[in-house]
Design a protein around this ligand. Structure first.
Ligand SMILES: NC(=O)c1ccc[n+]([C@@H]2O[C@H](COP(=O)([O-])OP(=O)(O)OC[C@H]3O[C@@H](n4cnc5c(N)ncnc54)[C@H](OP(=O)(O)O)[C@@H]3O)[C@@H](O)[C@H]2O)c1
Length: 291
């Protein structure tokens, strides 16, 4: 990865930070994106000590479309090409909340941001010649896509992770479509599943996000978290693999499990109608197309 430049969203904590660390150790220049400027700066300092390339942080709120545009401009000011984009940041909200752009917040970070950022950085990715986008899924993305409820307009179930799962299925549908759209253009798009890891995001899930039945055991699960869940370095393996391995260079439109194995796509993510609904919503909300 020497001489290559990668951008990792959510690269300032959890799985993203370990992904960034893995790529920095391989010699890449790394751009970390997170919301909190202090955390971003300290993550960049920490990873710089293990890197041979440059590590820098560009603090950005990914749920804000103006912020995404600013981020893409900042990257273009510093680099003339981008080799890898890892759309790692993701989150879940227990209550329905709209962003400044009026987009449901879980959808904004988990689906719209990866779509918009890939579109905005496409000129730099194309310039790289052989570039890769890696999108992180999670939860149980095996449901069907409800085109009328992508932003939880009809029913919003933050608890039981329903909206989180729905947005991850939507992310996979969008990624699959993106891979086809970029076929033959030297930019691959794949999806990585990290498995369950002990991360700041997991530890911060509020009690009211869990189904009632599980709540009595949540404190025990939290206590045993480090033993029950995999460590972040393991969870970063598939992202690092898809971002850097020579075998994956030509692979596109694929889904990889937590052990870096190619896995079948959930059928909901391949449904043409669902893909079209997610794609056109992303186009409409962002005003962007991969042209
Ligand atoms: N952990 C798991 O067990 C698990 C399982 C399956 C899938 N996943 C997926 O793996 C990915 C990483 O998960 P994780 O558990 O490592 O996450 P995490 O611990 O919550 O870390 C989140 C990272 O994303 C950044 N971030 C979150 N929202 C942001 C926003 N609006 N704008 C900019 N940055 C933002 C955070 O920055 P700040 O700290 O500055 O907010 C932080 O760097 C996610 O897509 C998640 O859905 C995780």
């Amino acid at each position: 990865m020497h001489g290559k430049t990668v951008l990792v969203t959510g690269g300032t904590a959890g799985i993203g930070k370990e992904t960034a660390r893995g790529l920095a150790r391989l010699g890449a220049n790394v751009i970390l994106v997170g919301r909190n400027p202090d955390r971003a700066r300290s993550a960049a300092d920490e990873l710089s000590r293990e890197a041979t390339g440059q590590v820098m942080a560009l603090p950005t709120d990914l749920s804000d479309l103006a912020g995404l545009r600013r981020l893409a401009e900042q990257v273009a000011e510093r680099y003339d090409r981008l080799d890898v984009l890892v759309n790692n940041a993701g989150g879940m909200n227990v209550e329905r909340r709209l962003t400044r752009d009026g987009v449901e917040a879980t959808f904004a970070v988990n689906v719209l941001a990866p779509y918009a950022l890939t579109c905005l950085l496409l000129p730099l990715l194309r310039t790289a010649g052989r570039a890769r986008a890696v999108n992180l899924t999670g939860g149980l993305p095996d449901g069907t896509i409800d085109p009328d409820n992508l932003q939880g307009e009809k029913v919003f179930l933050g608890w039981t992770f329903t909206q989180y799962n729905h947005t991850k299925t939507a992310l996979m549908a969008m990624s699959h479509r993106f891979a086809s759209r970029l076929e033959g253009e030297g930019v691959t798009v794949n999806v990585a599943y990290p498995g369950h890891a002990y991360t700041p995001g997991n530890q911060a899930i509020p009690m009211r996000a869990f189904p009632y039945l599980y709540r009595p055991v949540v404190p025990v699960i939290r206590l045993l978290g480090p033993l029950l869940l995999s460590d972040v370095a393991k969870a970063a393996r598939s992202s690092v693999y898809l971002a850097s391995s020579p075998e994956a260079e030509e692979v596109t439109g694929a889904y990889f499990d937590a052990k870096t194995r190619r896995a079948p796509w959930p059928s909901g993510a391949l449904d043409e109608w669902g893909q079209e609904a997610v794609w056109s919503l992303c186009e409409r909300l962002s005003g962007l197309r991969p042209e």
